[in-house]
Design a protein. Structure first.
Ligand code: KG4
Ligand code: ZN
Length: 333
């Protein structure tokens, strides 16, 4: 029997709902983005984000039902992101999902946002196990082994900043608008890797570190400004991107060699980066590994990925009760 899941995502600055059939087919999706508002402040302002979710969420629900030409009665379950993310933002989605589940008597499914990002890869492709999962988002940089749908083993993670956060900070010192990632990528295309920047942690673990690279760039820009010298912003963006992405490549290569796993999925907002995709493609060619990266629409925050991750939970009848709340810990293993 087909299962239709209405999924809700509101962990950061996108209010999104999607109707996903059998965890794979996106029947409809609606996303209300707050980017233009937060761009005025150079980053997400949590208070504003929660209020904007509250304003948008009913319209997003109306919109997704209209796009899918379905009713809430037609749904088999309601899924929602419960962690990690901004608490006030998560609560808006959780309360909406609970209200819908209660009124329409549907099971409620709690989904971890990061697992959602991974399952974005299962929408238009098929994830097979065991596989390596590289999570690269605004708040996380992690390399995991997945043995099965919800069976994770963490190889390593960032010891300080996430790669997306680093992109956003670099964008700020280069006077680029929020969200920084896509703008740094665009500018990097016009530059040459002419700046010498420090390589992140040169140890032999699977951990990452991006704060040293971030500080090096901030210091470089300040020093040049003090000397009255011009920064070549495109060259600096390019130099940064190469170091930042090559660090990911280095750790995934180590995992290919040491685990002998021949599959890789890349998940999270930074997976939208074209240079990262090219470099991972080269690496996967070298190791004859299968690479999955979601289509652009499913790289950044969206509810379809939450519906995709909710499906195996639906099959296992892993439902939540109405005490479901936002969780500050988003650890998946
Ligand atoms: O997954 P996501 O949408 O939200 C979180 O769960 O954090 O990721 C957002 C992050 C931001 O830091 C943004 O700058 C980065 O993903 N990002 C990119 C690109 N598109 C989004 N970073 C580099 N290149 C991009 N094209
Ligand atoms: Zn995300």
């Amino acid at each position: 029997m087909d299962a239709y899941i209405l999924a809700v995502e509101s962990s950061c600055d996108e209010t999104s709902m999607a109707i996903v059939k059998n965890g794979k087919e996106v029947i409809g999706q609606s996303i209300a983005t707050q980017i233009d508002t937060h761009a005025l402040y150079g980053g997400v302002v949590p208070e504003i984000a929660s209020r904007m979710h509250t304003e948008a969420i009913t319209f997003v629900l109306e919109d997704v039902l209209k796009k899918a030409n379905m009713k809430i009665e037609d749904m088999d379950a309601i899924a929602v992101t419960y962690a990690p993310g901004l608490t006030g933002s998560l609560i808006v989605g959780i309360e909406a999902a609970k209200a819908l589940a209660f009124i329409y008597n549907k099971p409620l499914i709690a989904v971890n946002h990061l697992i959602g990002h991974i399952f974005a890869n299962n929408i238009e492709d098929k994830m097979e196990y065991p596989m390596l999962a590289l999570i690269v988002s605004g708040g996380h940089t992690e390399l995991l082994i997945m043995e099965d749908d919800f069976n994770f083993k963490k190889l390593g993670e960032t010891l300080d900043d996430a790669i997306g956060e680093c992109y956003d900070k670099v964008a700020r010192v280069l006077d680029l608008k929020y969200p920084g990632g896509p703008n740094v990528e665009k500018l990097a295309k016009e530059g040459k890797p002419s700046y010498q920047l420090p390589q992140p942690v040169l140890d032999d673990t699977y951990n990452f570190s991006y704060s040293g690279l971030k500080s090096a760039i901030i210091n470089l820009v300040h020093n040049e400004k003090q000397k009255g010298l011009e920064i070549n912003k495109a060259d600096l963006a390019r130099s940064f991107q190469e170091v930042a992405v090559n660090e990911l490549v280095r750790k995934v290569e180590k995992a290919f060699r040491e685990t002998n796993i021949k599959r890789l999925v890349v998940a999270g907002g930074v997976s939208a980066n074209g240079y990262l995709k090219e470099e991972m493609e080269k690496l996967c060619d070298k190791y004859q590994a299968k690479l999955l990266i979601p289509r652009l629409l499913y790289c950044t925050d969206n509810a379809a990925m939450i519906g995709a991750a909710a499906y195996p939970l639906y099959l296992k009848k892993q439902f939540s009760d109405y005490t479901l709340n936002a969780s500050s810990s988003g650890d998946i293993c």
